[in-house]
Design a protein around this ligand. Structure first.
Ligand SMILES: Nc1nc2c(ncn2[C@@H]2O[C@H](COP(=O)(O)OP(=O)(O)OP(=O)(O)O)[C@@H](O)[C@H]2O)c(=O)[nH]1
Ligand SMILES: [Mg+2]
Length: 316
């Protein structure tokens, strides 16, 4: 009997902000590769995660939530997200089923996906928050985004329909229906090589992951404009002979008032950010770390091309 061919390919995870794309990526690869938060626009880069099984490899690309940009950073994020679509074998269009109806953001992303012409699976996430009896209604409401009439009152004549490969209700948070979704994705892949060795589940440098873990703690601990105004850069990463890793990182904000908030009363906020980040970084590196954080103001950095580039928000 002939053996089944090894299948492989690329799969982009797109959608408006906060629908659970990064939670889904982490569920697929069973590791925390992408930071997650309840603040929209958490992910700012393309995050690669490799899913391996004996008969297949899928390279997932988690992407920033596509949104109406108000800064150059936002424009960059949209470009990154949309730019992944033509490169992949299948697109996962993720929506938030706990919102009973699609919003403007979903409609916009559906249009982007439609125009790409790439095969697409509709993933209706957060179904743990939907009563069983309402599942079909919610899924139908989102399925309708395939029809250009439902994406705009006055659709452009060239706006194509999407023939969904399938519509899959999941809970990324509770790991519900993730395996059947993975099977479906693998089915879309053609015979192909292993693009990444088994022990390489991401292409993110250690420094980037550490900076992201620190940023995630800030997103969890702050509100309003602060989460959006923060960037983190790891400046030093040194393994000492004792086995301890020394990490120093800068937290950039846009104004002095924000610097005050990040530092907190007598440094209490910065201390909490550091303590939470340190625990997670130690777990990832498997060694003790010494973490030093500095808070710096870079006015309007989200609009400054040179600063964006230096922080790694640039096209490769
Ligand atoms: N109840 C529930 N919450 C979820 C689920 N998946 C994600 N969330 C929550 O939704 C919020 C957003 O999750 P993320 O994974 O950061 O969303 P995202 O789409 O990557 O967001 P951006 O990076 O901002 O585009 C977090 O608070 C998650 O815990 C789910 O299946 N059920
Ligand atoms: Mg994300």
């Amino acid at each position: 009997m002939k053996e089944a061919p090894f299948r492989s390919g690329f799969c982009s995870i797109v959608g408006r902000p906060n629908v659970g794309k990064s939670t889904l990526l982490n569920a697929f690869v069973e590791a925390k590769l992408a930071i997650m938060s309840d603040k929209p626009q958490t992910t700012r880069n393309r995050i690669l995660g490799v899913y391996n099984r004996p008969d297949a490899q899928v390279v997932f690309l988690d992407t920033p939530g596509i949104h109406k940009p108000r800064h150059r950073l936002g424009e960059y994020m949209n470009k990154v997200a949309i730019g992944t679509i033509p490169e992949v074998d299948v697109v996962l269009f993720v929506v938030d089923g706990s919102a009973p109806e699609p919003g403007e953001g979903d409609k916009y992303v559906a249009d982007v996906v439609a125009r790409s012409g790439r095969p697409a699976i509709l993933v209706v996430n957060k179904m743990d928050r939907v009563k069983r009896g309402d599942w079909y209604e919610v899924m139908d409401a989102y399925k309708a985004l395939g029809d250009p009439q439902n994406r705009s009152e006055d659709p452009e004549p060239d706006s194509p329909a999407i023939e969904w490969i399938d519509i899959v209700p999941v809970s990324a948070l509770e790991n519900t229906n993730i395996d059947p979704l993975l099977d479906l994705i693998v089915e879309q892949m053609e015979e192909g090589p292993k693009y990444y060795p088994d022990d390489m589940i991401t292409d993110q440098p250690e420094r980037f992951v550490i900076a992201e873990f620190i940023r995630e703690k800030i997103l969890h601990l702050t509100r309003e404009e602060i989460p959006h105004s923060v960037a983190v850069e790891v400046e030093q990463l040194q393994r000492r002979e004792s086995g301890t890793v020394y990490v120093s990182a800068s937290i950039y904000v846009e104004r002095d008032s924000q610097k005050g908030i990040i530092i907190g009363k007598r440094g209490s906020m910065l201390k909490e950010i550091g303590a939470r980040a340190r625990r997670e970084i130690e777990e990832m590196l498997g060694s003790k770390i010494y973490l030093e954080l500095f808070v710096k103001v870079r006015e309007d950095w989200r609009n400054r091309e040179s600063v964006l580039r230096s922080l790694g928000y640039r096209e490769e």
